[in-house]
Design a protein around this ligand. Structure first.
Ligand code: SAH
Ligand code: SF4
Ligand code: F3S
Length: 483
């Protein structure tokens, strides 16, 4: 992913394209005295990784590190990596090559790999081009100051222990984007689902939920600091459950004291001006309760990201997704019935092991049935150690995978346009995010359904809500007029 200004239009969509995000907290004042060292942090992969980078920045700011956007002036370079598909890892390998020269001219430079690749490849990363000094998995970021200290003492440092408890719940992340409007807030870590194609359970470990009080406090602090949108993050937000008493005792193994629906309400109640989004919902776990709660509060945004992966029941079974095509369509029907205005987006994998032409057609026909507003679409990439790698042959030729993906994308773009066209003529409330990249005279913001809207600037400021009439659109953006 090319470097881009995460500050302007930060959304989960952009953070999941596999591009790198260069992050910098230069303007954030730290109470801790500088140690004179500069940290350069680059983040790949999903929103959770970005959110983790904000935790890392906070942990190291407490040690006196200042962040920089310029890798050339860094004393410590940390790359927070993604393993979801092979090309995500290849991109990081290339990036490491870029830092090789810098390391030659500055031998004391510390280069570390964090995140999912660190967890997957562990100390094997140290061999790589003799460049990597430090490897830290997603649950070992509290140990980073020690690990860096070890490297400075001339050793290589590795901590890839996964934890059943770590949620970084008590750490106040340093916000690394410039927008100051929208922030990610992690509510769970890890995943217990074991979808057969997916590396996440191996890189992020067992699922655990974060103390709801710390989530609500973080969201309150964000609102106080001018933020107007929080995105609650988890690999499967519907399985959020907290069953501890306020004293930290487990109240009842089988009874959650807070489930996701309740958490959503707690966050929505903070302030009507704080928009609440969440991602990712899992079709097997998303209940009608969640949809009903969304309709109770105007500030819970009208958007559900509900990855389907495939429209064919046999492929879904091989993927170990825990639902059928019919079940998925039943969930869509529930959303349409309870919350008709709600926009639905999805993820799709083309060419999973053994996928036939007919099974692929089922995915295409599902796109016709649901009419998603947006989709992340990928070809299947076999990941080491996953159930699919052990059990099934990756036997759909790359050319066929690509052709199927193109068919999926072509169809999906038509529906994206159709969903947007349906909104022409509506008056919508847009949260202003900043100046449009294409025109200084235009602002860009998002409607409740997470669709980008561009409109004339007038005398608004970012962070304000503006009423806009939708007058035109493409498949990705809507054009608005002030009303
Ligand atoms: N927890 C989320 C998904 C997280 S990974 C969920 O269950 O929906 C984000 C997306 O990457 C997945 O939805 C899937 O579409 C895609 N993905 C994951 N593993 C993949 C693989 N091996 N090959 C191609 N795409 C993959
Ligand atoms: Fe991966 Fe499935 Fe967990 Fe999502 S739910 S992170 S796809 S194992
Ligand atoms: Fe996210 Fe990639 Fe890890 S999608 S959880 S950073 S493998």
């Amino acid at each position: 992913m090319s470097e881009f200004d995460f500050g302007q239009n930060k959304t989960i969509d952009e953070s999941r394209q596999g591009e790198a995000i260069i992050i910098d907290a230069k303007d954030k004042k730290s109470a801790v005295k500088s140690n004179g060292k500069k940290l350069y942090l680059e983040s790949y992969g999903c929103a959770m990784n970005f959110s983790d980078s904000e935790v890392v920045a906070s942990i190291l700011a407490n040690e006196g590190y200042e962040t920089t956007r310029n890798s050339e002036e860094a004393d410590v370079i940390l790359i927070n990596t993604c393993s979801i598909r092979d090309n995500a890892e290849q991109r990081v390998n290339k990036r490491l090559f870029d830092f090789k020269q810098q390391k030659k001219s500055n031998p004391s430079l510390v280069v570390g790999i964090l995140g999912c690749m660190a967890e997957r490849l562990k100390e094997n990363l140290l061999d790589q081009q003799k460049l990597v000094d430090l490897v830290a998995g997603p649950d070992s970021y509290r140990d980073l100051p020690n690990l860096i200290f070890e490297v400075e003492g001339g050793q290589k440092a590795v901590n890839v222990l996964l934890s059943r408890e770590e949620t970084y719940g008590d750490i106040s992340p340093i916000r690394l984007d410039n927008s100051g409007i929208s922030a990610f807030v992690s509510i769970t870590r890890g995943c217990d689902n074991m979808c057969s194609f997916c590396v996440v359970p191996f890189t992020r470990g067992r699922e655990r939920s974060r103390d709801p009080q710390t989530i609500v406090q973080e969201c309150k602090d964000l609102f106080k600091n001018g933020y107007r949108e929080v995105v609650l993050l988890g690999q499967n937000v519907d399985s959020y459950r907290w069953n501890m008493s306020s004293k930290g005792e487990i109240k009842d193994e089988n009874q959650a004291t807070t489930n996701f629906t309740q958490l959503l309400e707690m966050v929505a109640k903070i302030n009507p001006l704080l928009r609440v989004r969440f991602s990712t919902s899992h079709p097997k776990d998303m209940t009608d309760d969640v949809i009903e709660m969304m309709t109770k509060y105007d500030n819970i945004c009208s958007h559900i990201h509900l990855p389907v992966q495939s429209g064919n029941t046999e492929i879904l079974a091989k993927m170990n997704r825990g639902y059928t095509r019919e079940w998925y369509l039943n969930r869509i029907e529930a959303i349409r019935r309870i919350y008709p205005e709600c926009v639905i987006t999805t993820d799709i994998i083309a060419g999973f092991c053994g996928e036939t032409e007919e099974q692929h057609q089922d995915t295409l026909s599902l796109l016709d049935e649901v009419e998603f507003s947006f989709a992340y679409m990928y070809t299947y990439s076999e990941r080491p150690k996953t159930l699919a790698e052990r059990k099934y042959e990756d036997d759909v030729p790359e050319k066929t995978k690509s052709r199927r993906l193109t068919e999926i994308i072509d169809k999906q773009l038509k529906y994206a346009l159709k969903v947007n066209q349906r909104q022409i003529g509506q008056i919508q409330e847009i949260l202003v995010e900043g100046t449009s990249k294409k025109s200084q005279e235009q602002f860009v913001g998002r409607n409740s359904s997470n669709i980008k809207v561009v409109f004339p600037k007038s005398n608004f400021e970012k962070g304000m809500y503006v009423k806009v009439k939708i007058v035109d659109c493409t498949s990705a953006t809507m054009i608005g007029e002030l009303v």
